[in-house]
Design a protein around this ligand. Sequence first.
Ligand code: ADP
Ligand code: MG
Length: 330
Amino acid sequence: MAVMEFELIERYFTNAGSERADVLLGVGDDAAILAPPYDCELVVSTDTLVAGIHFFADVDPFSLGHKTLAVNLSDMAAMGARPAWVTLALTIPQVDEQWLDGFSRGFSRLAQQYGVQLVGGDTTCGPLSITVQAMGFVTQGQAWRRDTAKIGDLIYVTGTLGDAGLALQAKQQTLSFTQPHFAELLSRLEQPTPRITEALALNGLVNAAIDLSDGLLSDLGHILTASGVGALIELEALPLSAAFRACQSDDTVPQQPDTFWQALPLSAGDDYELCFTIAPEQKGSVEERLSQQGLVAHCIGVIDGGPGLRCVQKNGELYQSEQSGYEHFQ
Ligand code: ADP
Ligand code: MG
């Protein structure tokens, strides 16, 4: 490793985030030494973000630092895990200190917010690409999985759906919605909130869960396939943000067909909300725990014997969708 790289790591990435007592040795040696709690299971996940595929190469580096970590913490939330440690493999085309400064500040701020420490990584030269590995803990046997939804379970989603997708459409089709609605939607795309707080609040109450990275139809579909069940969801019950609704009725923008607005909350990716199922008798406890902490999740449907995922419209008819979600190899 060149001296230059060493200085960069020292300056921007040495033990960024929280300082944790369970990190016996962090950045600087050949590997980190970590001490997981003896009574927990270790939950590990990795996600890569590639310029031009997962983000615009010219995106604000602070937002990118935030999002890179957020998508990985979202996987921890989807497992019901408390995140602890992350590693960062960074491939950059050149040393741009202003970019590194913004990126590391966005990354570190979010890490600090959730008590996470950056304990190691790798820095190389090449086309911009970022890989994070996240590690967290769950109480033995308590992790949330995709293959454990039961017939009769209620299906919930946190937050609101379609905001990130609408921001992306607005950027790509250059629909210009009125501020501050557009700013709010853009922050949902560029700085998503990993639903860690919601996940920790629901500890012990959830049967199955996934985070919504590729769109509700696609991601809930994974729960159904893994669990060997079906589901019925109500389109009217899908939670939409005030900003989303305001854009929908913004008559300064060329009119989009109804199908455009219907498809976004179902099929657009990048929301990073949680979709989880609970036994119906847990409804009261779930809603009480969430409201105690000022958190929000809405019931959107029910797990049944199938077949597959069916969406009911307000008029009682089934909704037929053409898209199912984002597919990388399509
Ligand atoms: P080695 O050549 O022994 O693999 P490296 O030069 O890759 O060592 O890294 C030196 C130290 O800096 C290691 O502790 C590694 O974990 C850490 N490191 C390198 N790049 C990053 C990064 N982007 N973020 C956090 N830690 C990093
Ligand atoms: Mg290395």
